[in-house]
Write a protein that binds this ligand. Structure first.
Ligand SMILES: [Zn+2]
Length: 278
């Protein structure tokens, strides 16, 4: 009896360990072959079955940092990026440079994000490469180009040299898409948008967050019918330009202790199968 319990416990703990070990998720090079995609768990602790691969180049976009192999996502995310690229091209806004999406089967990563685990998050650079409109960037350019911050050196304001109305138009186009849940931007960018005489209805989805001065982070809603996908609480009503935003410039917000501590991640049990299946 004791041995059985011991074995059960051993099994249980080894399962948890396999799931949460980021190395295992980083090592898997291919998506599962499942035909129906499933985003499983939370954006910050989950995985992805049946991921789609975003092609390196498409109308109005190019993928950066190919060596990171974070160009996988839920098919809805791939479609979203392609749609945004087409918008950028049609409106002559420049070429979108795409940063991290997710790993082949989602899950935790060794470097970078805590989120991006269910294939529904993507980082898009603010830099709109006019040069990339005319040609495909080389592998080395995609590795070595920097993503410049759109803030001033003191980070107290948006730098008009780096920021343009094209950035604003792209954020607006993304925020207006029904599949977009929220978009994380640096608080100074949110402030700039709040002060503009732009329509405020789309600002609700634009959420201030730490960093995010060189890219914005789009998070899609859980796909319809994806029962394993855990929704985040809805964005609060209103444009988010009032007291919520003011907090980001308070002394409290600047204290390092307010930056979220790394939590131990426990993935849903269903992710074990995702890691191990064909
Ligand atoms: Zn991100």
């Amino acid at each position: 009896m004791k041995v059985t319990i011991f074995l059960i416990l051993l099994c249980f703990f080894s399962t948890i360990e396999a799931q949460t070990d980021a190395r295992a998720w980083t090592k898997v090079e291919k998506p599962t072959t499942a035909r129906i995609a499933q985003s499983i768990g939370k954006y910050t602790s989950g995985c992805l079955r049946g991921a789609a691969t975003l092609p390196q180049n498409g109308n109005g976009y190019q993928v950066m940092r190919l060596s990171r192999t974070r160009y996988y996502g839920h098919p809805d995310l791939v479609q979203f990026i392609q749609k945004m690229g087409q918008t950028a091209q049609n409106q002559h806004l420049g070429t979108l440079l795409i940063g991290d999406m997710g790993q082949a089967r989602g899950g935790p990563t060794l470097t970078g994000h805590r989120s991006h685990q269910t294939g529904l998050d993507v980082d898009i650079w603010y830099l709109l490469a006019k040069e990339a409109e005319k040609r495909e960037l080389s592998f080395n350019e995609r590795e070595s180009w920097g993503a410049p911050s759109v803030l001033t050196v003191s980070a107290n304001a948006v730098n008009p040299v780096q920021w343009s109305s094209a950035n604003e138009q792209i954020l607006e186009a993304a925020a207006r898409l029904p599949e977009v849940d929220r978009i994380f931007v640096n608080a100074r960018i949110k402030q700039t948008l709040c002060e503009r005489k732009t329509a405020h209805d789309w600002l609700q989805k634009i959420r201030p967050w730490f960093a995010h001065a060189d890219h914005f982070h789009v998070r899609l809603k859980c796909p319809a019918g994806d029962i394993h996908c855990e929704k985040q609480e809805p964005v609060p009503a209103g444009d988010g330009c009032g007291a919520d935003l003011a907090w980001w410039f308070s002394v409290e917000a600047q204290m390092p202790s307010k930056k979220l501590p790394a939590k131990k991640i426990l993935l849903p049990a269903a992710c074990d199968a995702v890691l191990n299946e064909e």
